[in-house]
Design a protein around this ligand. Sequence first.
Ligand SMILES: Nc1ncnc2c1ncn2[C@@H]1O[C@H](COP(=O)(O)OP(=O)(O)OP(=O)(O)O)[C@@H](O)[C@H]1O
Length: 294
Amino acid sequence: MHIIETEKLTKYYGKSRGIIDVSLKVEEGEIFGFIGPNGAGKSTTIRTLLSLIYPTSGSAKIFGKDCIKDGAEIRRNIGYLPSEVFYYDNMRVIDLLKYSASFYGKDCTKRIHELAEVMNLDLKKKIDDLSFGNKKKVGIVQGLLHEPKLIILDEPTGGLDPLMQQKFFDLIREENEKGATIFFSSHILDEVQRMCDRVAIIKDGKIIKTESIESLRQSRYKRFRIESHDNLQKAAFDVNGVTELEVKDNKATFLYKGDINIMINKLGGIELANLLVEEPTLEEIFMYYYQKEV
Ligand SMILES: Nc1ncnc2c1ncn2[C@@H]1O[C@H](COP(=O)(O)OP(=O)(O)OP(=O)(O)O)[C@@H](O)[C@H]1O
């Protein structure tokens, strides 16, 4: 049984496109990434899974159950962290979390305190007095306090500083090791690569690829930026796998897909002033898949 299974899930907001024919299968115990630029349809997919909105057509199942018919039961076993969190500002953090816990009918007090300690969150403060990042932490504790079987994260790291992001990812990994399945949407390729086993790429409302991170990595380009003491010639970069080559005076930039040693040997013949090898942007990855698929 798949933990999440959607079949041609489609959502139109009136006439405007939300998602079209989204078919996904997420295995039990996976950390599954859902990546795409702003407006691609990540939140729409997630809200449909949670039956916060209803699909125009297609179907979605979680834990083998229908997301609409069995929505209430399904949601009890899901931890959800929305991309933006809104709260009753007047409440204290602990009261809000206890209130959230009351929906699950189990005592979550111990877990609330554990999570607050890991995330360095002051439970006694009023929500009103918290920074954006601290409000995000409240959302994280709220999403995890009932030890859900499925954790759905919608762009979870926005507003968290790098140290907190790390703690958050450690926490998610721990939950995963304890058995939780993770569905994780992001537009930040790097965090998806670090965390996930598999990833689905969504653009303009449609899934363009579902792939293991391993094979995504193998098929990936690197962006090279080179500066020399001398003027450069295009011929100096005549290596299989080089695309989008631009050479101007003593600077060159290109995308490279292939054995890094071959490129480094080739560059050995250049008097370098500077060399940058960068991860490709998400757009560049998309370009790769568009070229391949279309
Ligand atoms: N309530 C709504 N009414 C009309 N159109 C909507 C609504 N919500 C989303 N959309 C549209 O649906 C498409 C998908 O939006 P969605 O928010 O799902 O994208 P996303 O991938 O989550 O992007 P972001 O990272 O910006 O949140 C967009 O074109 C968006 O304008």
